[in-house]
Design a protein around this ligand. Structure first.
Ligand code: TIU
Length: 232
């Protein structure tokens, strides 16, 4: 059964049984003071606007039985999966692996690397640990999506122009329809957020579609009114 979602550049019809919600990098390291985002010189409070809409979509996706996948950017404690070209950016006391108030910056297993409480995964929801900006690069995400016959992705997270855009571009090339929920994404640069969304939906939807939490919640409501309600 297909359900229309109001989106730009045009509405899209999706089968929620073939759709996953993917929440990109809603980690303390990006959203809270003292983490990777702040060491890069950013005002992390700019990302908080995305949390409540994202939480609403997450709750609805769980209720409707969608596959929910979370991602985290980060590296092994020995930095063996961190390219020197990535690590050496920033002053030594603030770069990846350096000690910070939330543990070593962007290192797996440290408090800063984990997902914020408001969006914490529940048992059964896969968490993809990725070394890069894109969620497909050096991860088992594609195998996981293929195993569940997923064709469409509802994409939320941070930051719009970095890990969200990189992941959407990777997914688009792999044949997935990506619907990016604009108010569930955020950037340290409001203008990059706006342009990041514009780049996705330009040229007839060159990388995908842009919608929002309200539109997706409405679509879940419409789908639930149909006879078959569970998707996973
Ligand atoms: N710096 C920045 O905007 N983003 C990242 O480094 N990673 C993600 O977007 N997750």
């Amino acid at each position: 059964m297909k359900t229309p979602i109001v989106a730009e550049p045009q509405p899209i019809e999706v089968d929620f049984a073939r759709t996953a919600l993917i929440i990109i990098d809603m980690q303390r390291d990006f959203l809270e003071p003292g983490g990777f985002g702040e060491t890069l010189g950013n005002d992390v409070s700019l990302l908080h606007a995305a949390v409540a809409p994202c939480r609403a979509v997450l709750a609805a996706a769980r209720e409707h039985g969608l596959l929910v996948i979370h991602t985290r950017e980060g590296h092994r404690p020995d930095l063996s999966d961190a390219p020197p070209a990535k690590v050496e950016r920033g002053s030594p006391s603030m770069r990846i692996g350096a000690p910070g108030p939330m543990g070593r910056i962007l290192i797996r297993g440290e408090p800063g690397h984990d997902i914020i409480d408001a969006l914490y995964p529940i048992p059964g929801e896969p968490v993809i640990d990725k070394p890069g900006k894109g969620a497909f690069y050096q991860t088992d995400l594609e195998v996981m999506l293929q195993g569940r016959s997923i064709q469409n992705l509802l994409v939320c997270g941070v930051t719009t122009e970095v890990c969200v855009n990189t992941t959407v571009r990777e997914a688009n090339d792999r044949g997935y329809r990506c619907v990016v929920l604009g108010d569930c994404c955020a950037s340290y640069f409001p203008e990059f957020h706006e342009m990041g969304l514009k780049m996705i939906k330009a040229q007839g939807g060159i990388f995908g579609w842009v919608s929002g939490s309200r539109e997706v919640l409405d679509a879940f409501g419409a789908a639930a009114a149909q006879p078959s309600k569970k998707y996973a």
